[in-house]
Design a protein. Structure first.
Length: 416
């Protein structure tokens, strides 16, 4: 292992469990365990999986003008955001390029937390500092001071209900993209969410799989025990430790971007995540001013990012070298992501998932490749392309969505 790589508090556990480790964002992270990516992917769809996500970073932003700073630096308009809710968006540079995407958590009108990607805590904290000028704002980079793990899948709440105090209160009125508690009691007083051993946690009903589940923020010295407790309590649900391989295939099937791969140093527009921009109803302008807004007006050199689905589980590399060809054989772009969602299949011209109603008996769900392409012209859903890498070619269809019937937004009562 590169001695310069950072590690999470669970690094020793991953290695003892035989994980295949690799550099991700400067961290030594598990790609998969002996169970393999396919089984880890299916564990989340069929029951429950857990992920070490302590490589991600958090930033606290507080002060009387904390809202003003975030709303200027963040693409999403956080004016409607209520206490206890969180929202997805991005931080752009003046050229309209994405520095990083993030989730903003609102504790109060004067206190927010921002969760960003691996190694980006210092970068986004510096970006906020640069733009705060004379605003009354305090910015605290919590990199390496916070641990995080995700529990995803239909049995997530059933397991957590055996590990937290007052689960009937915690899980009451907890819609998608809401949160309760705080891992740092000294910031806002007593936490609303505590483990049975009184460890305070921030419990967020969100995740990166498209499925029902939670993200759990807590002190780095408490995560190893929680991880072990979840594995023990969750044994009856066949809880499975999952690596970044399954995280990648699950998020691709859920049409979620990977920062610095599907979004990055090009214009943050013409993609499936334009809900993160504060467009007016006619999409001719924005409802607020934010860094990068002036650069996002249409231009001749705009590119377009689309989700695609392959014709089988065969995939190609997504290292930026695979070409996108139209039906005439002309090269029109490149592949950003290509993964295999193991929970879907084609059936009579439609995509079905293991959740789909009226799933035909004896149907075999083998998985389908999917991901994102960036092309130089506008395409309609249903457009057929060829993805080519060397001598390997697969057929791909442009879609508006990939894995149907995902559970992330369903009512929590369905999973208690």
């Amino acid at each position: 292992m590169d001695t310069c790589l950072k590690t999470t508090p669970l690094n020793a556990w991953h290695k003892s469990a035989g994980a295949n480790m690799a550099d991700f964002g400067g961290f030594d992270m598990p790609l998969w365990y002996d169970t393999g990516v396919k089984n880890e992917h299916l564990a989340v769809l069929q029951s429950v999986g857990i992920f070490d996500t302590s490589h991600m970073a958090c930033i606290n932003v507080s002060g009387n003008q904390a809202f003003d700073l975030i709303n200027f630096c963040f693409t999403r308009d956080i004016s409607p955001l209520k206490k206890g809710r969180c929202v997805y968006g991005a931080f752009l540079n003046p050229e309209g390029h994405c520095i990083d995407d993030a989730i903003v958590y609102k504790f109060s009108d004067t206190f927010f937390m921002i969760c960003v990607n691996a190694g980006m805590g210092g970068t986004i904290a510096a970006h906020l500092e640069k733009n705060k000028k004379r605003l009354e704002v305090f910015i605290q980079d919590l990199s390496e001071k916070t641990a995080k793990m995700d529990i995803q899948g239909k049995n997530s709440a059933r397991i957590l209900s055996k590990l937290i105090q007052n689960p009937e209160i915690v899980f009451n009125a907890m819609p998608y993209f809401s949160f309760k508690g705080n891992f740092n009691e000294s910031v806002l007083g007593e936490s609303e969410v505590k483990l049975l051993d009184n460890t305070p946690v921030l419990l967020s009903r969100s995740g990166y799989t498209g499925e029902f589940g939670f993200e759990i923020f807590l002190s780095p010295d408490a995560i190893v025990k929680l991880w072990a407790d979840i594995l023990a309590i969750g044994e009856e649900f066949s809880v499975t430790a999952c690596g970044l391989g399954a995280r990648d295939s699950l998020r691709a099937g859920a049409c979620l971007p990977l920062s610095h791969q599907d979004i990055g140093l090009w214009k943050f527009t013409n993609h499936p995540w334009e809900f993160a921009l504060p467009y007016t109803e006619d999409k001719t302008s924005f409802t607020k001013n934010f860094i990068g807004a002036d650069a996002l007006s249409p231009s001749r050199d705009d590119s377009f990012t689309y989700p695609f689905v392959g014709d089988s589980l065969r995939k190609i590399s997504s290292r930026g070298k695979a070409q996108v060809l139209d039906q005439t054989g002309k090269e029109i772009g490149k592949v950003l992501t290509c993964a295999t969602d193991m929970g879907i299949t084609w059936h009579e011209g439609k995509i079905m998932s293991i959740y789909s109603d009226n799933l035909p008996e004896n149907i075999k769900i083998k998985g389908i490749s999917c991901g994102f392409v960036m092309v130089s012209k506008k395409l309609d859903p249903g457009a057929v392309l060829m993805l080519k890498e060397g001598k390997r070619t697969i057929t791909a269809t442009i879609m508006t969505d990939v894995r149907p019937d995902r559970t992330a937004r369903k009512k929590l009562n369905n999973f208690i």
